[in-house]
Design a protein around this ligand. Structure first.
Ligand code: DHB
Length: 303
């Protein structure tokens, strides 16, 4: 009932965990049975290790959270040695999120992972990080660069290629179409919305970098609008992301056009939230007599 088939991949459920909110899956495996999830998307991996931005780099907001982590990660070499082998024990889809500054960085990072004998299902390409000075979002705001980057990566892998898009653009449909033209198998959206917070006592911004990325329930309506726009403009499968913390939220994304969803910020409140949503979805399908969640994709009703 909750099984979703996309190409030759079968997802046990449509709920995945979003990049940067669930580590590499192994950190929480004592608390959560990750095998019940539809999949895991790793924290972004870059070609070289990164310390990330100085603190404060996380700050709470009403109904959300601002972050400016700055791509802190162990780098692809250590990732391949220490993290990749652990995925062999997991019976769920793992997608490695890759970030970079130039097309060559993304390609080298992906190629380094490709030579390993791994069990990963594919890659989520981050063209939408708002928290670094160079690269990241630069790709995600430019259709030509998005297409070029996607094609360069498409040439190097037969695994699933997901492009993760930014909402901080004028027309997300153009970026989605460019990703598909370059050979993307799926689109995931949205990444965080550029925001800032201010502490009036100190008159300082709440994040060291001043600007950061807003996530959580506060951005759900923005995410739904973007998912629906993408759904209207491309025919590849879509992964909805943005403030999902219940089955009701997940269903809203599916009605707007998503095939799968990712749960992000809510993992910080409860790392088992994805599993809870899966059992809520099962009850919903039973109650509403829905045979497959595929049947409600894009079934939003209006003239
Ligand atoms: C970071 C934030 C993002 O929103 C993203 O997509 C990738 C990385 C970060 O600050 O580390």
């Amino acid at each position: 009932m909750l099984t979703i088939r996309i190409g030759n991949l079968t997802f046990a459920s449509p709920v995945l965990t979003a990049s940067g909110t669930f580590g590499y899956g192994d950190e929480v495996s004592d608390l959560v049975n990750v095998d019940l999830l539809g999949g895991i998307v790793t924290k972004s991996v870059t070609l070289h290790p990164r310390e990330g931005n100085p603190p404060p780099r996380i700050s709470e907001t009403p109904f959300g959270m601002l972050n400016s982590i700055g791509l802190a990660n162990v780098g692809v070499e250590k990732f391949c040695k220490e993290k990749l082998p652990k995925f062999k024990k997991m019976d769920t889809h793992v997608f490695v999120n890759i970030a970079g500054y130039a097309i060559g960085d993304y390609v080298e990072t992906l190629e380094r992972i490709e030579v390993e004998d791994s069990t990963i299902s594919g890659y989520e390409i981050n063209v939408s990080c708002p928290n670094v000075k160079k690269g990241g979002m630069q790709f995600g705001v430019d259709p030509k660069l998005t297409e070029q980057l996607t094609r360069a990566l498409r040439d190097k892998t037969d695994k699933i290629l997901i492009l993760k898009l930014s909402p901080n653009v004028t027309k997300i449909e153009d970026i989605a179409q460019a990703a598909v033209a370059g050979g993307a198998d799926m689109i995931s959206a949205i990444n965080t919305v550029v925001g800032m917070g201010i502490d009036i006592a100190t008159r300082r911004p709440s994040l060291n970098t001043v600007f950061g990325g807003l996530s959580g329930p506060a951005i759900k309506p923005i995410a739904l609008a973007n998912i629906h726009k993408i759904y209207k403009s491309v025919s590849v499968p879509i992964i909805g992301i943005g403030g999902i913390s219940s089955a009701k939220d997940a269903i809203e994304f599916m009605l707007a056009g998503a095939d799968l969803v990712q749960v992000g910020t809510s993992n910080f409140i409860n790392p088992a939230i994805g599993i809870n949503i899966i059992s809520e979805l099962k009850s919903y399908c039973e109650k509403e007599n829905i045979k497959s969640l595929h049947d409600i994709k894009g079934k939003l009703e209006y003239q």
